[in-house]
Design a protein around this ligand. Structure first.
Ligand code: ADP
Ligand code: MG
Length: 484
């Protein structure tokens, strides 16, 4: 599939770099002990530091530092043992300090990489430029009163990691894959819950277009998009807009734009501010942040197996196809579920049942795997009944459906519904004889060379036995009787 877009002046290429704000999982804020739980009553989780009362001093939260380092290690990034907190000055009603404490010239994490899983099992590496720690701002509530805006400072001072990518992506699909993989890694690490609806993960998409081989074009930044689908839509729209603008003789202004999910378009928010507008300077209340190599190594030693490694292991140990392995490894709970089903069983059959039937049911009912109506052990029990010949694949699907509805074990459903597969050759022979007798004309046609009819006979026998006949035995008996 070509990633190029057609234009009147030839082919165009999108260039995309993403800035992701990820809320760090931590009980306390970056520089205060106030709580961070989502959904609390407004202004109930605000310390004097977060409200920027005069004379309050920030004190760094060690867990937040640990989480940033953990995320950096998960992205195979350079960890900087010395980093610096700066003040980024700007006025906003929900920013009582008048500045955000952030990291500018010396972030805690430097260059890393992330591997995108793309369609058809392909993969591609994208560079991470940096990760820095910073405070979140409060929230303006415009919908609580007809003429007043209210301010909720619960989020003020909450720890964010800003994760900046290199301009390495070339399509909206790659941007989607980047966000999915980043979210997956952070969930495995336990550093960000990745919940975009609750604002724990927000994305600014930078995008420009160029003819392949040209210098980078001027980019626009689309702010604060809160779903992966919207990020992709925004990118698609924005690339088209820029191409049309340039082809009509215009120039792209470097600016910040907003995505309108209502009509799928972007519009100007403000022309791009420059770093010097913020008058960054080192925060005089905070010493440079120094961490030791031992601290870093301690965190490294505690890292879990991450999705890329798990995917490779699933392919090597279980012989799974690349796409199945990636699908199962994307979430830790899914991977654990699969491994429990696969343990001591045919791993490919286990994969088919989890990614096929089970995911189908979960998707349809909008449930997560934690809420699955069928547990890993129960699904394993069903697969055992296929392996020992009690159930054919077809019957197993009926049994599975009943298990989903009733929550019962496979063996119980089989017993109650009398769904046991019939493998007894003499019982099947009787059914085969009847079918051949009833269809004498077709038997003659078959013998005259119409081989296709074999499937018809199999179907008739299965129908006559309500799907319970063992298809392997039916095939054998039919071949014998038809003299094949
Ligand atoms: P700033 O700090 O002003 O936002 P950066 O240089 O840090 O600027 O870049 C921010 C993001 O924009 C990065 O993710 C980067 O990859 C991306 N980016 C930079 N130049 C371009 C470009 N020409 N086209 C698309 N994205 C770009
Ligand atoms: Mg930026």
């Amino acid at each position: 599939m070509s990633l190029l877009l057609k234009g009147n002046t030839g082919d165009w290429e999108m260039v995309i770099g993403l800035e992701v704000h990820a809320q760090v999982i931590s009980q306390a804020k970056l520089f205060s002990g106030a709580a961070t739980a989502f959904g609390a009553e407004p202004n109930t989780q605000v310390s004097l530091v977060d409200a920027a009362m005069p004379g309050m001093l920030p004190v760094i939260n060690e867990i937040a530092v640990e989480q940033a380092v953990r995320t950096g290690l998960g992205l195979k990034a350079q960890i900087n043992l010395v980093s610096v907190f700066d003040r980024k000055n700007y006025f906003y009603a929900d920013l009582p300090q008048g500045y955000q404490i952030s990291q500018f010239s010396q972030p805690i994490v430097g260059e890393g990489t992330i591997i995108l899983d793309l369609a058809g099992g392909e993969s591609r590496e994208v560079g991470i430029t940096r990760i820095h720690l910073e405070q979140d701002a409060g929230k303006s509530l415009h919908d609580q009163h007809p003429s007043n805006t209210y301010i909720d400072l619960n989020r003020s001072g909450v720890t964010l990691m800003e994760i900046v990518s290199e301009p390495d992506m070339r399509s909206s699909e790659e941007a989607g894959a980047y966000l999915r993989k980043l979210r997956s890694i952070m969930r495995y690490l336990g550093t960000c819950d990745g919940n975009m609806e609750q604002g724990s993960l927000r994305c600014d998409a930078n995008i420009s277009v160029r003819h392949p081989g040209d210098e980078l074009g001027t980019r626009c930044e689309i702010k604060n998009v809160n779903s992966i689908r919207f990020v992709q839509q925004a990118i698609e729209y924005e690339a088209r807009r820029q191409i049309e603008l340039i082809e009509e003789g215009g120039v792209v202004d470097q600016e910040t734009r907003l995505f309108d999910s209502g009509n799928g378009t972007t519009r100007t928010m403000r022309s791009k501010e420059e770093a010097h507008d913020y008058r960054y300077f080192p925060d005089p209340d905070l010493l440079p942040l120094e961490i030791t190599q031992d601290f870093v190594e301690g965190i490294r030693a505690s890292l879990p197996e991450l999705p890329d490694a798990k995917k490779d292991r699933f392919m090597a140990d279980y012989g799974l196809a690349v796409e199945d392995a990636g699908l199962l490894a994307a979430e830790r709970v899914t991977a654990d579920f699969y491994e429990e089903v696969a343990k001591g069983r045919d791993p490919k059959l286990a994969c088919n049942w989890v990614t096929g039937e089970l995911f189908g049911v979960l998707n349809k009912s909008g449930k997560s795997i934690e809420e699955s109506p069928v547990s890993a052990a129960t699904l394993g029990g069903l697969i055992d009944l296929i392996n020992d010949g009690t159930l054919s694949g077809r019957l197993a699907k009926d049994v599975f459906e009943a298990m989903v509805e009733s929550g019962k074990e496979a063996a119980v459903v089989v017993e109650e519904k009398g769904l046991k597969q019939v493998s007894d050759a003499s019982a099947i022979e009787a059914e085969v004889d009847k079918v051949l007798q009833d269809n004498g004309d077709k038997v003659a046609e078959y013998k005259a060379g119409k081989d296709k009819l074999f499937g018809f006979f199999v179907g008739q026998v299965m129908k006559a036995t309500c799907g319970k006949a063992n298809p392997g035995v039916v095939n054998e008996v039919l071949k014998k009787k038809l003299g094949g």
